[in-house]
Ligand binder design. Structure first.
Ligand code: BTN
Length: 351
């Protein structure tokens, strides 16, 4: 047994009771410096261990350990009908990049009769989760800040059996799934900012990036990856500029302890469940959760071209998740790409 394992074994037998560093060192037959190192490593893993003023340690029983086993425990209990392969990484460049590589490595996903190949069936609904990303990707080529232990980064591979013409439905489904999960697990009322951002209390809590592989012949999507990045707790190292415009689940719940495995399992299960629901009902729910309708916004139809921007009022979200806006000259335009900002949120768009 390693020192780390021995230390946690002792602390788990003494929940909420202080155990001195000296006793731990004696029981583990190592130096106090080694105990200090082991405790720090346990904290890194997700155990909440506090230090006492006289050099002791108290474990309060809270642990947030992200492992495939923990994820599956929640996933299988809550969504027994959904079959998915799961892969978990402590760190990765980007879960979306990895998922896309898995798809491209597969080559053709369909047999000549149009059915999915055996390997495509294995990839279908595959979930990739990382505790941190070194090159997290955001929409429109932006980077997505993905620090360790304080967020969770998910990609889900979708290989439609029937023609999927528009990947927007995947993004809207994931957005609704995140909102449902935040409500169900933490009673948080989250709102959607078209098309892919989830906000709570005016700050961004989650971003979604759906990437698809288009089939130019059939003009449909052969496969797609839904990427979801969610802030779980405050990260002390988050750049000040982001702190102003981002929030986390824990901050919205009086710093409550959040179990990332439970959270991720619910988001993934709910997303996959919603994809089987009636599209129209999901869009209705998406509309109800959207906070842009009725708001005065600046529209950026071509990203990077500030000159193309114009002011408009959001009047609706249509059946295909297009944002319907009314320009100042009363012309109605439906946006299927680009982005909009409400004046006070100009910075949030850069998240
Ligand atoms: C955005 O806010 O613009 C979208 C952010 C999407 C981030 C997620 S985290 C998991 C997946 N992997 C990535 O590299 N990006 C998505």
């Amino acid at each position: 047994m390693t020192t780390k394992q021995k230390v946690i074994q002792i602390l788990e037998k003494n929940i909420n009771k202080a155990v001195s560093g000296e006793i731990l060192a004696l029981e583990c037959n190592v130096s106090r410096a080694a105990i200090w190192k082991a405790v720090n490593s346990l904290r890194e893993t997700g155990y909440e261990i506090n230090a006492t003023t006289n050099g002791g340690y108290i474990f309060n029983g809270n642990k947030d350990i992200f492992s495939k086993e923990n994820f599956c425990k929640f996933f299988e209990k809550e969504f027994p009908e959904i079959k998915s392969e799961i892969e978990v990484f402590e760190t990765i460049d980007s879960t979306n990049t990895y998922a896309k590589k898995l798809i491209t490595n597969e080559g053709s996903l369909k047999n000549t009769d149009g059915s999915l190949t055996k390997n495509a069936c294995k990839l279908q609904n595959k979930i990739i989760i990382a505790e941190s990303q070194t090159h997290g990707k955001g929409r429109l080529g932006r980077t997505f800040y993905s620090p360790s232990k304080t967020g969770i980064y998910i990609s889900i591979i979708i290989i439609p059996n029937t023609a999927l013409e528009d990947p927007a439905f995947l993004t809207t489904s994931a957005a609704v799934a995140v909102c449902r999960t935040l409500k169900k697990l933490y009673k948080i009322d989250a709102k959607i900012k078209w098309i892919n951002d989830i906000f709570v209390g005016g700050k961004k809590i989650c971003g979604i990036l759906t990437e698809g592989f288009a089939n130019f012949e059939s003009r449909t999507i052969d496969s797609a990856v839904i990427g979801i990045g969610i802030n779980v707790k405050e990260n002390k190292e988050t750049p000040e500029e982001l702190k102003q415009i981002a929030t986390s689940i824990s901050e919205q719940c009086n710093n409550a302890k959040i179990n990332r495995a439970e959270l991720a399992a619910h988001i993934c299960g709910e997303t996959l469940k919603i994809l089987c629901e009636d599209n129209n009902k999901v869009i209705d729910e998406y509309k109800t959760l959207s906070f842009l309708i009725g708001k005065q916004v600046t529209v950026f139809p071509i990203i990077g071209d500030e000159k193309s921007s114009y002011n408009a009022k959001v009047i609706d979200i249509d059946d295909k998740a297009g944002l319907v806006v009314k320009k100042d000259n009363d012309t109605i335009v439906t946006l299927n790409s680009g982005e909009v900002s409400i004046k006070s949120e100009n910075v949030a768009n850069k998240l």
